[in-house]
Design a protein around this ligand. Structure first.
Ligand SMILES: [Zn+2]
Ligand SMILES: [Zn+2]
Length: 264
């Protein structure tokens, strides 16, 4: 089921083509794009999504957001002066959580009574913004797999920093077998390079070799971390570099379409 946020109506190309442009920047271009889309989804939720009943119900039923989005929603609300709207949503979430709490008084058990199950706090539901992110990334992966089947696009990708492992896994799963095998070979080359630099790094940590000049093995652990997992960019960097920053508005500004670009 699609999530009723405006961004979910973007076409695949609109959502994913910027990844191809971002390939000339350092790091995983898929991560950059996904992070920018994530910020937009948060902003869109705070600005308009939170007024839609179906979204309010889902957020309430889920008991709020995951830890990542809980923080991000707060950061965006604070940045764009949307904290009054956030407070209202938080009241709603808290009301939902409280209504599901087990209010049974703690009766002292008599020796002949069976122990009743102790109260538990109901598990949190799926995070709405995570669901949106999963859907958006899956559409990006499909588009990119298609795009990379074109030799000129593949050349651009091979010359770039490449995608992180989780994102490449998604793209390869959608690619035709020829493209998939080029991408896998390229990944293997990148992993072999990082691995040999990690080994070299550990060797130079040995006191016997510690006077040897330092090289690019010094940041191999950071490179491996970036390759193996998702990458995070400094706040706003993912979007600001593309000129694709989410609109930011002051809640007190009039006019629903009076957006201005984040000026950082
Ligand atoms: Zn990535
Ligand atoms: Zn989430």
């Amino acid at each position: 089921m699609g999530i009723v946020l405006k961004r979910s109506r973007s076409s695949n190309a609109e959502l994913a083509y910027p990844v191809m442009i971002l390939l000339n920047l350092p790091g995983c271009a898929f991560c950059r794009r996904s992070e920018a889309e994530d910020l937009k989804a948060v902003w869109s939720f705070l600005w308009e999504g939170k007024f839609e009943m179906v979204i309010r119900d889902r957020v309430k039923a889920a008991g709020g957001f995951c830890a990542h989005h809980n923080r991000l929603v707060y950061e965006v609300a604070k940045r764009d002066d949307l904290t009054a709207g956030l407070a209202e949503i938080q009241e709603l979430v808290i009301a939902g959580v409280r209504s599901n709490l087990d209010h049974r008084p703690s009766n002292r058990r008599r020796p002949w009574q069976r122990e009743s199950p102790s109260p538990a706090i109901p598990a949190a539901g799926p995070c709405l913004l995570c669901q949106y992110r999963v859907e958006a990334e899956s559409r990006m992966a499909t588009f990119l797999a298609d795009r990379l089947a074109q030799p000129e696009s593949l050349e651009v990708y091979l010359a770039s920093d490449g995608f992180c492992l989780p994102h490449l896994r998604m793209v390869v799963a959608e690619a035709d077998s020829g493209t998939a095998s080029r991408l896998v070979q390229d990944l293997d080359r990148r992993l072999a390079d990082i691995r040999s630099r990690l080994t070299e790094y550990r060797r130079k940590r040995d006191y016997r070799y510690r006077d040897e000049p330092r090289g690019d093995e010094q940041h191999s652990a950071l490179d491996a971390t970036r390759q193996l997992g998702r990458q995070r960019f400094a706040a706003g960097e993912a979007s600001a570099l593309t000129g694709d920053a989410p609109n930011t508005r002051n809640e007190s500004e009039s006019g629903h379409h009076a957006g201005r670009l984040a000026g950082k």
